[in-house]
Design a binder for this molecule. Structure first.
Ligand code: SER
Length: 631
């Protein structure tokens, strides 16, 4: 059997489940659109939460996808052979449809007969149960696995290990099916006893692949077992049987029993290659290769640095694709930190010149066939990252010099860390890493000092900003409504002219004008401005009909493609405004919005007015600002 590469595995997985009557979902953006609890989409189930809780999914009860994920909490762990901040999670879901039998059987079939993994090297874990919470041991899953193993002439020995600590003391004991307690319960907040009310979860069964070429390391426990961190066993996937809901009174059953499967594409591809190093797979190895070329060093001797750079630039590239711009807050801050860490690690390889453009171009090559949004935005993505590299290099040299000066003092104060942050653009984590490398002690109160300096600075900048914001979108006067409608037309016209990289980053309306901030890496040319104005005026004169309806958020954003604003968080349902030509079905503009608007767009032309862009300027790095009037 020919070894499949990662791209082929992704496609084969989708095809396999389509054959089993699943519909393919497009990947959700890395920035969650309706979940205020987290900065990034970190699993395939996150965007599906309302449906796991019981809402009908417009595409039915069987879904499959490959979801790009970021787990920024893993940033420090990157460097070993299998942890990455960015990865793709292969997911399939049953929303009250099939359950344990089909899920386990299909997963086995996919991995052993389609991908061609060795059944002898597959091990599984199941839920041991929790007496005090009155949740039983998952003997059904274990029995299904036992049948499957027997058919492959594998002895299905069951072992209770309970916790990873006990696992380390007792070892795998030639078992095949292992029972753990908290380790085999899945919810977004971890173990059953940690779940807040209203959170769904359930027992899970995990599948591991044994890499006998990896020797157990006793630093992780006396003996090895499937949940040992030494890397001999690598988890490939997790079937969550989501049927419980945490309530104030304890656990109740969800209206429907769901399956939520998530599998690591990169890890499955590594298993297919029979190499426990995920960086060797087809989605990553070309990146390592270009780093070898640029630096003239070998992966074998520079493994850690090359892994960090490879991972971080993959993550940053996908963040750029999804409309994030490096900045000092939230997603933008994580993106900035990833890029800056990559540059810092490149120094260790002797790369002191600009290199990000070359690497990101390779990343775009890897993904452009499977993700059309990569091909479409290629140049812009490269520009965003390259610009951040330039900004950082300018400050980095100065900052490192400053750090050298501080080194002579033997310790690093919160004040110094603030200066490095504020003046030299050093993310806090970078300063502490640098301090560590130089053997510098951090002052014990550095964080408090740093935080109070930050708070001070924030106050100052707020005071400065006050007064500049006259009204928000709050006004309901006629002219407000007109500018509001014009804002929707402008947003759509900008995307028509400049592409999908344009994502709204802010909007403000007064009686005199509208102001609109959006992501885009260049100054607009006069021709582009003219084109945008012409489109808006044309749509005004077409007298589009403005109306709204409520939709489930997922449906509005994913299936219908309604526009939203970057960073906006929505509930389960959203109001969507459409602007549609008379007698047409397809709207010109579709946008999530609370209103209010005019009834039809020709009202904007009352008194012979036209739409004019009066100013186009930079608002912050990668964000443009337009002011426009009707006159
Ligand atoms: N939600 C589960 C996980 O993230 C399976 O998709 O592992």
């Amino acid at each position: 059997m020919k070894t499949m590469n990662a791209q082929q595995i992704r496609q084969a997985y989708l095809d396999f489940f389509v054959q089993k009557q699943h519909l393919v979902l497009p990947r959700a953006l890395l920035v969650p659109q309706d979940d205020p609890t987290t900065l990034f989409t970190g699993s395939g189930m996150q965007p599906l939460l309302p449906y796991l809780l019981g809402q009908e999914h417009p595409l039915g009860s069987r879904l499959v996808d490959s979801q790009t994920c970021i787990r920024a909490q893993d940033i420090e762990e990157v460097g070993d052979n299998r942890h990455t901040t960015f990865f793709e999670m292969l997911g399939n879901w049953s929303l009250g449809d099939y359950f344990k039998q089909e899920q386990i059987q299909w997963l086995w079939e996919f991995l052993t007969t389609i991908v061609g993994l060795d059944p002898q090297r597959i091990y599984v874990s199941c839920y041991l149960g929790n007496k005090s919470l009155n949740i039983p041991k998952d003997i059904q899953s274990a029995a299904i696995w036992a049948d499957i193993f027997k058919k492959s002439a594998i002895d299905p020995v069951e072992i209770d290990l309970d916790t990873p600590e006990l696992g380390g003391q007792l070892g795998d004991q030639h078992g095949r099916i292992f029972f753990y307690s908290d380790k085999n319960w899945w919810s977004r907040s971890g173990s059953a006893s940690n779940m807040p009310d209203g959170e769904p979860g359930g027992p899970d069964t995990e599948l591991f692949y044994l890499f006998p070429q990896v020797k157990h390391d006793i630093k992780y426990g006396k003996y090895c077992h499937v949940n040992c961190d030494c890397g001999r066993y690598i988890e490939l996937g997790n079937c969550v049987f989501m049927e419980y809901l945490k309530t104030a009174k304890g656990f109740s059953k969800l209206p429907k029993r769901n399956v939520d499967y998530g599998g690591g594409l990169e890890r499955i591809a590594a298993a297919a290659l029979d190499d426990p190093d995920v960086f060797k797979i087809s989605l990553m190895w070309p990146i390592v290769n270009i780093l070898e070329q640029i630096s003239g060093r070998r992966y074998a001797s520079q493994t850690n640095s090359m892994r960090v750079i490879t991972d971080h630039l993959r993550a940053a590239t996908f963040l750029a694709i999804d409309g994030v711009i490096p900045s000092n807050k939230e997603q933008g801050y994580v993106m900035r930190r990833l890029i800056r860490r990559a540059i810092r690690y490149a120094f260790d390889l002797g790369i002191e010149q600009n290199f990000i453009g070359e690497v990101v171009s390779i990343i775009a090559d890897i993904y452009h066939q499977d993700f059309p949004e990569v091909a479409k935005n290629r140049d812009k993505i490269i520009e965003i990252l390259v610009r951040e590299e330039k900004i950082f290099r300018q400050t980095l040299r100065k900052g490192l010099k400053q750090m050298d000066k501080l080194s002579s003092q033997g310790n690093l104060t919160g004040e110094a860390i603030f200066t490095l942050y504020d003046t030299y653009g050093f993310p806090v984590e970078l300063s502490s890493e640098e301090a560590f490398k130089r053997g510098l002690e951090l002052d014990s109160n550095w964080r408090e000092v740093f935080n109070s300096k930050m708070a001070n600075q924030r106050k100052l900048s707020q005071t400065a900003a006050k007064g500049t914001f006259k009204g928000g979108l709050g006004g309901h006067s006629d002219i407000h409504k007109k500018y509001h409608t014009a804002t929707h037309l402008l947003y759509k016209a900008l995307r028509d002219t400049l592409g999908d990289m344009v994502v709204q980053h802010g909007s403000n309306i007064t009686e005199e004008r509208l102001r609109f901030d959006f992501s885009y890496p260049h100054k607009l040319t006069n021709e582009q401005i003219k084109e945008v104005e012409d489109i808006v005026n044309k749509q005004i004169s077409r007298d589009l009909v403005v109306s709204w309806s409520e939709y489930p958020t997922e449906k509005a954003l994913k299936q219908m493609g309604a526009l939203g604003a970057f960073g906006d968080r929505y509930g389960d349902k959203v109001k969507v405004y459409s602007m549609t030509p008379k007698n047409a079905k397809k709207p010109y503009s579709l946008e999530v919005c609370g209103g209010p608007h005019v009834e039809h767009t020709n009202q904007l032309a009352e008194g012979n007015k036209r739409f004019h862009i009066i100013k186009e300027e930079s608002s912050s790095a990668g964000i443009r600002r337009i002011r426009a009037v009707l006159k």
